[in-house]
Design a protein around this ligand. Structure first.
Ligand code: HXC
Length: 518
């Protein structure tokens, strides 16, 4: 063997060693827990043969607690570049088989390096987290590493899409990196996120709770809203990340890819002409409307289990990627509350940051009243959604299907928040409030003075109010909506509106940054 051949053989040997840096026993242990390894996850995520690994031979620099005796290649994270559906992404996947995927200063340098590359190249970053947190032996160096990652997350925010997959433990301050990214996906039963684990919770508050109850995927997807997606298993989680990416542009200067469809733009949906019940207090399913109007009935929902009174997610309309925001009359009558406002505001801001037009479907009776909501700052949280729509400069097309009362009408992408094209169905009711509430306020004295005829007074005044306001024509007369449309034509009217708005350019006054009501 020549010297060169010998050197090549050593390289091959080193590469092979790096690929099983934690050793077979730890790989087996990972599998026994029902988890894949970092490399197996990346193999599922990326197009076959597309992965270019960086920093495979990096090792830690710690000498405390006997750490100088072992220097596994890669130091607990696999980083690099690859493609998904032919489009470039930058990735890192923490390797639990090396020191429990715990974060060292060196690991953070590897992660920050791919994030810098992603920003420079204008491509998304996907982080697959599976880590015991800060590398205890490294002390402050490990904490500094987290600080570096957080700062990179912040600088990348709004520049390239950032997606976090949680595929194992994610505890302590480590949870803040996913929280700073655009989307967080968790895997049921094998991942958890919390600031302080069950043992600390018990010692501080006396509360007994399991990791799953405290910070499992279902909890964060439905109760806290920290997770946008909860996958049944790792494979499903990875497929979800891939699908999510297919709706997004590579960066904030680009548009999302167009998806060809055989679904005709001019397809009418007769069923929509009879979807609104005669009784205004009866619910119908907003998912039915969404599926009718989007390409191929394909709707990719975000935050499905959280604040189900509002629906947000991606779809294509006429091949273009759109963000859909829709009240759900089937859940709490579609009312806006703290969580619905937070959920929708975040989604609207993401779409605006990444040039994804917004299609808003409105059927909202107002904001949820009560002390719980007021004490929880529904004012400030509702203002987030108001702010998000008002500052968004992407094309905004709004359709009011039924109720649009009071402040909730304004918040849901009305004309005055620089809504571009606002339509209403003939069943729309755009008013300060519903007829019953209005009559009770306006005619309280008359009803009190003549209790024997209370119901007649109510009925007469209600009819008068309904005649005046329970329709879209007042708003149409005053130019607050562009047109009243037949429900069956909603798909092509919205697509035509989006086409008309394709070249939209809108600015906001120069500022350092806004002061969103947080
Ligand atoms: C160094 C760690 C580690 C850590 C795990 N390991 N966590 N090494 N620093 N933080 C090592 C273990 O010693 C073990 O090494 C291997 O990883 C696998 O760990 P196990 O405990 O055997 O695995 P498991 O039973 O699955 O338990 C996983 C775990 C547990 C629940 C994550 O390891 C654990 O509680 N770790 C400590 C978590 C923690 O408190 N982290 C600090 C959080 S505070 P060997 O060699 O035996 O395989 C924090 C601050 C961040 O992160 C602040 C940011 C601003």
């Amino acid at each position: 063997m020549s010297i060169q051949e010998e050197q090549i053989a050593k390289l091959v040997e080193r590469r092979a060693a790096a690929k099983v840096a934690g050793g077979q026993a730890r790989i087996d242990a990972q599998h026994e827990k029902g988890k894949l390894t970092a490399r197996e996850r990346l193999a599922l995520l990326l197009d076959e043969g597309s992965f270019e690994e960086f920093d495979m031979f990096v090792t830690h620099r710690c000498t405390n607690f006997g750490m100088d005796k072992s220097h596994p290649y890669g130091d607990g994270v696999v980083t690099g570049r690859g493609t998904i559906g032919g489009r470039t992404v930058f990735v890192y996947a923490q390797d639990f088989t090396v020191s429990g995927g715990s974060l060292s200063k060196t690991m953070s340098e590897k992660i920050c390096k791919v994030m810098d590359m992603a920003i420079a190249a204008g491509a998304p970053v996907i982080g697959l987290n599976d880590s015991g947190g800060a590398r205890i032996q490294e002390g402050i160096d490990a904490l500094a590493g987290y600080g570096d990652i957080f700062e990179h997350n912040i600088l990348a925010s709004g520049v390239v899409p950032q997606i976090s997959g949680i595929f194992g433990p994610c505890a302590g301050g480590a949870v803040y990196s996913p929280a700073l990214t655009d989307f967080t996906l968790m895997v049921k039963n094998t991942s958890y996120m919390f600031l302080t684990g069950p043992a600390v919770v018990k010692s501080v508050t006396g509360e007994e709770v399991t990791p799953e109850e405290l910070g499992g995927a279902s909890v964060h997807a439905s109760k806290s809203g920290v997770a946008d997606f909860a996958a049944e298993n790792e494979q499903e989680g990875i497929e979800t990340i891939k699908k999510l990416l297919s709706y997004l542009p590579q960066n904030n200067m680009e548009l999302s890819p167009v998806r060809e469809t055989a679904d005709p733009v001019g397809r009418v949906s007769d069923s929509l002409n009879s979807i609104i019940p005669d009784n205004p207090n009866k619910a119908y399913d907003m998912y039915g409307v969404i599926r009718e109007i989007v390409d191929d009935g394909d709707f990719f929902e975000v935050h499905r289990e959280f604040a189900r009174n509002i629906i947000v997610g991606f779809a294509h309309m006429g091949g273009r990627s759109v963000g859909i925001v829709a009240n759900q009359p089937q859940m709490l009558a579609g009312v806006l509350d703290i969580n619905a406002s937070r959920k929708a505001a975040r989604f609207v801001r993401f779409c605006d940051a990444f040039n994804i037009p917004l299609v808003t479907l409105v059927d909202v009776p107002g904001f949820l009243p009560g002390t719980q909501q007021e004490y929880g700052a529904v004012i400030q949280n509702g203002a987030k959604l108001l702010y998000a729509y008002g500052e968004a400069t992407v094309p905004k097309v709004t359709v009011t299907l039924r109720k649009a009362y009071g402040g909730a009408h304004i918040v849901m992408s009305c004309k005055q928040l620089r809504g571009d094209i606002n339509y209403a169905w003939p069943t729309a009711q755009i008013a300060v409030m519903g007829a019953d509430g209005a009559v009770d306020v306006l005619y309280a004295k008359d009803i009190k003075a003549d209790p024997a005829h209370a119901s007649e007074i109510r009925a007469e005044k209600k009819a008068e109010y309904e005649e005046l306001f329970n329709n879209p024509y007042q708003a149409a007369q005053k130019g607050y909506i562009e047109d009243v449309i037949e429900p069956r034509n909603t798909r092509f009217r919205v697509i035509r509106a989006l086409c008309a708005l394709e070249g939209k350019k809108q600015t906001i006054p120069a500022k350092k940054h806004d002061n969103l009501p947080l």
